[in-house]
Design a protein around this ligand. Structure first.
Ligand code: SF4
Ligand code: SF4
Length: 425
């Protein structure tokens, strides 16, 4: 049966993709290097979902607007757009394809832009996107937890009214991986950093942005946060979750113009404190080998190359007794565990397969402890490990509450880097 031609307004592609991104579509030389490295392609049942294929479909669509294909009046085929929509959401926007691409196509920025266009054209997981937007409008986090519970992790911590640095906690740390937030506060405090936390923080906007939603809700979340941070007098804002970090640094200026503060990562602050001698570790580590995983949005830095790569390694090596080993694929080529880019919402079964492959890679290193600086990697790795444990931790369930997920002698344990550092102060 012949594919059905449809009438679709392609204008959103030209609104969401920058001129450079449109040019990049023509730069692909079909070498297939990205196919070899894509962690999503590696666990798919066939070779259909590849970065190279997405670019080919996209270029074809763009050329049908005014290009030769449009001139010949060859219609747009609904199945082509559906296929692109399916593939672009079966992707974590991890950016590994962009790192290995010999012509330098910045895929980490390209895929979210394509999602933005597709949603405007009426394609993609629209129901999930609407649902996420509704949750964000109500409670300003993507998990549907009450806003009134956001600061419960504070415990005895009393944030100052003004400080040079604001620690941007983010929804994952505030609600689900609270040891990451507590660890950062302990490390900053031990190093004497002048820092505080907003008592009125909302989501950074990334969960909606990553899904392709371009509604006013993202702007509202961003503007609210900027106003709250301004009141605290901060010169620098330190994010922990790599998605928050990338969103603040790269997307907030798109919505709010030049920011009145510098965006850094919590590891930058910890590294400064370490280098200046203000942060010292007194308790040695007595366990087995440790492996550090570079989160996609830290090591590849949203394709902009501003990775936070050596800072975590310096911090770990400063702790007596740490034997740091490396995963075979590390730094800018680190393996994505299927956690980011909205994949846990859009394609949960693919996310699980990617995470299982990642856990196998960690097992092969013989490490006793996996150290991460990404709450989503923390959650994914623990989720896979918990499948053989007594308690299976489900999506949406808070982490860090107790150790139920790791009671069945897992091959390795998972810990956040700031939590680990705080235990050795
Ligand atoms: S961003 Fe990552 S998951 Fe997506 S196509 Fe590129 S390599 Fe594959
Ligand atoms: S690596 Fe770059 S040039 Fe090669 S197929 Fe992929 S996108 Fe095209």
């Amino acid at each position: 049966m012949e594919a059905q031609a449809v009438t679709v307004d392609l204008q959103p592609l030209f609104e969401e993709l920058t001129p450079l991104q449109l040019v990049e579509l023509d730069a692909c030389v079909h070498c297939g290097e990205c196919v070899k490295w894509c962690p999503a392609t590696a666990v798919e049942d066939d070779l259909k979902n590849t970065p190279m294929d997405k670019i080919a479909i996209l270029r074809n669509l763009v050329q049908r607007r005014h290009g030769p294909l449009g001139f010949l009046k060859r219609g747009l085929h609904d199945e082509d757009i559906q296929r692109l929509a399916e593939e672009v959401y079966r992707c974590t926007a991890c950016g590994r394809c962009g790192v290995v691409c010999p012509v330098g196509i910045n895929c980490q920025e390209l895929w979210p832009a394509v999602r933005g266009a597709l949603v405007k054209m009426g394609y993609g997981p629209l129901e999930k996107i609407r649902e996420t937007q509704g949750i964000m409008e109500r409670v300003h986090n993507p998990f549907d937890f009450p806003q009134s519970d956001r600061n419960r992790w504070f415990g005895d911590f009393r944030p100052k009214d003004r400080a040079e640095i604001v620690f941007f906690v983010g929804c994952e740390l505030a609600y689900r991986v609270t040891p990451m937030a507590e660890g950062a506060v302990k490390v900053f405090s031990a190093g004497g950093a002048d820092f505080t936390v907003s008592r009125d923080e909302w989501c950074c906007g990334y969960p909606l942005y990553a899904l392709g939603n371009r509604s006013d809700e993202i702007r509202l979340e961003i503007e609210h946060n900027i106003e709250a941070i301004k009141k605290l007098g901060a010169k620098r804002v330190a994010a922990s979750c790599p998605c928050c970090y990338g969103m603040l640094k790269n997307r907030w200026p798109d919505y709010a113009g030049e920011l009145p503060f510098e965006v850094v990562h919590v590891l930058n602050i910890a590294d400064e404190l370490l280098q200046s001698g203000k942060l010292r570790f007194t308790k040695p580590y007595a366990g087995g080998p440790i492996v550090y995983h570079d989160p996609c949005y830290l090591s590849r830095g949203w394709g902009a190359g501003e990775g936070v790569i050596e800072e975590p390694r310096r911090l770990l090596r400063a702790i007596e007794g740490v034997e740091l080993i490396e995963l075979p694929e590390n730094r800018r080529l680190s393996l994505c565990p299927g956690s980011g880019g909205g994949i846990r919402r859009a394609a949960p079964e693919l996310s699980e397969k990617m995470a299982a492959r990642f856990v196998e890679e960690v097992k092969k290193t013989g490490a006793e402890l996996l150290i991460t600086s990404c709450p989503a990697v923390y959650e994914r790795a623990n989720h896979i490990l918990s499948m053989t444990a007594e308690h299976k931790v489900e999506e949406g369930e808070p982490w860090g509450v107790d150790d139920r997920a790791i009671t069945a002698h897992p091959p390795f344990k998972v810990m956040d880097i700031m939590d680990f550092a705080a235990r050795h102060l």
